[in-house]
Design a protein. Structure first.
Ligand code: GDP
Length: 459
């Protein structure tokens, strides 16, 4: 399904304009294709920056610079060319990176020219996929690349970078090696039954399995927090029109993205913003005003607002402290995933209640207290250290290995250790299969396709 024999090309830098833009080529012909794109007329020296020109042949059809005179060269930009011969490159193939000015027009012309000269446009994540297929990195490290690029908080970025550096790979690898050793000894017992003794005594076997269970258990303990770091949380901001939802959203987000207006019902769709709330990735969702409405567009918005509240980890239910309170507003908001926020505390109060957090989105009063209350409500312990296990896929597989080892241990001790080793072996093999799947050694193509689809082109 995945080819590694052709040469791929893509813009590696984000869409848009910038000081520098990079076009990356990877594959057996990367160097040859690159040389056909640049003025430099010698082979590129490995890992040396070569300052040169991108020189496209005159092409009346493509017409970049539009010359029709075949004698005139068509230089389109200065570039720095970098050549990384296989296998010491990002992908493990020959790689050439051309750093031009960050102009989408120039970069696209370079990519088009590279395709003309034999390269193929890369699929999303294909550079990283190649690194995985070529054995440069394992699957957890490939996933870490996507996480690092996606990180919204410094803690997320550090956890992803640890994973990219192989912390998880090593932790799992050590457990896997110990498991392998145990399996080998047990298999010896099974293979030589005529020897008449067990290579591994039941008690020793159970103790060895216990040690592995403890190591997996330690990883799982940090997993809830790890998931929190990686995936972050969702907070929906709800309430009746004009109570100040958009203003609270903006005050928490620290940026004015939502529309703040005096006319009720202006926030018709869901507006989201990812913010760093004390190290936690939090997606704030500003919902449309919750009220019955005849307007179809607004009704759709209200419906989505209700859904957002259902899937969110917490709802900030905003009420206006300067207006008379309709008791129904609070009656319907009893669930503990909800924090009642009494906004407009800068205005004379129309009521007061103990179970609310008083703030003013306008003056910023009470916002710090609100952040603290949010952290408490989400039960998010201080997130100072970096969790090893952050990804649901890994967590599920570690759990599967953990459970299989639990069964293996029970089998080892069953009937005073008289049970055949083969029962224990089957569970140990199952545990090992789960661990190997984490690193991607047994990953089926559709899983790989799913994981790499998360990337964008050029990664
Ligand atoms: P939404 O419809 O619930 O999203 O409410 P908005 O955020 O659009 O705010 C409605 C109106 O209330 C706007 O005129 C805001 O300027 C005003 N407003 C919001 N928060 C405060 C506040 O804390 N104090 C005061 N005095 N006015 C506020």
């Amino acid at each position: 399904m995945f080819s590694t024999t052709d040469t791929i090309v893509a813009i590696a830098t984000p869409p848009g304009r910038g000081g520098i833009g990079v076009v990356r080529l990877s594959g057996p012909d990367a160097h040859a294709v690159a040389r056909r794109l640049i003025a430099h007329d010698a082979p590129l020296e490995p890992r040396h920056a070569t300052f040169t020109l991108v020189r496209l042949p005159p092409s009346p059809l493509r017409g970049f610079g539009g010359t029709r005179n075949a004698d005139t060269t068509n230089d389109i930009d200065h570039v720095v060319a970098l050549y990384f011969p296989a296998p010491a490159s990002y992908t493990g193939d020959d790689v050439v990176e051309l750093s031009a000015h960050g102009s989408p027009v120039v970069l696209r012309a370079i990519v088009a020219a590279a395709i003309d000269r034999g390269a193929r446009l890369a699929e999303p994540g294909e550079f990283t996929l190649r690194a995985f297929l070529n054995g440069r990195i394992d699957l957890t490290q490939a996933e870490a690349v996507a996480d690092l690029i996606d990180a919204a908080t410094p803690l997320q970025a550090r956890a992803a970078f640890d994973q990219l550096q192989g912390t998880l790979t090593r932790a799992i690898g050590e457990i896997d090696a110990a498991l392998f050793d145990l399996i080998a000894r047990l298999e010896a017992s099974v293979d030589f039954p005529e020897e008449g003794y067990h290579f591994v005594e039941a008690g020793e076997l159970a103790a060895a399995i216990d040690r592995l269970i403890a190591r997996l258990g330690a990883l799982l303990v940090g997993a809830r927090r790890g998931r929190l770091v990686r995936e972050g949380l969702q907070i929906a901001i709800a309430g009746k029109p004009n109570v100040g939802k958009s203003s609270v959203f903006n005050a928490l987000a620290g940026a004015s993205r939502a529309i703040v207006a005096d006319a009720p019902g202006t926030t018709r769709d869901l507006v989201t913003e990812v913010v760093d709330l004390d190290g936690l990735r939090v997606t704030l969702i500003d919902t449309a005003g919750l009220r019955e409405t005849g307007d179809a567009v607004e009704a759709e918005g209200v419906d989505r607002a209700r859904q957002a509240q259902v899937v969110s980890d917490l709802t900030l239910f905003i009420v206006d402290r300067s207006q008379r309170l309709d008791p129904e507003d609070i009656l319907q908001s009893t669930d503990n995933k909800r924090l009642i926020v009494a906004n407009k505390a800068d205005l004379p109060p129309a009521w007061r209640r103990d179970d609310t957090v008083e703030i003013s989105a306008k003056t910023g009063e009470g916002l710090d207290a609100l952040r603290t209350r949010i952290a408490q409500a989400l039960d998010a312990e201080p997130l100072a250290d970096r969790p090893e296990l952050t990804n649901v896929r890994h967590i599920a597989l570690v759990q599967r290995a953990h459970d299989a080892l639990g069964r293996a241990r029970a089998a080892a001790l069953a009937d005073g250790g008289s049970l055949s080793e083969e029962f224990v072996l089957a569970d140990l093999q199952d545990a090992r299969a789960a661990l190997e799947e984490i690193a991607g050694r047994r990953a089926p193509d559709d899983l790989l396709a799913h994981i790499f689809a998360r990337f964008c082109v050029g990664k």
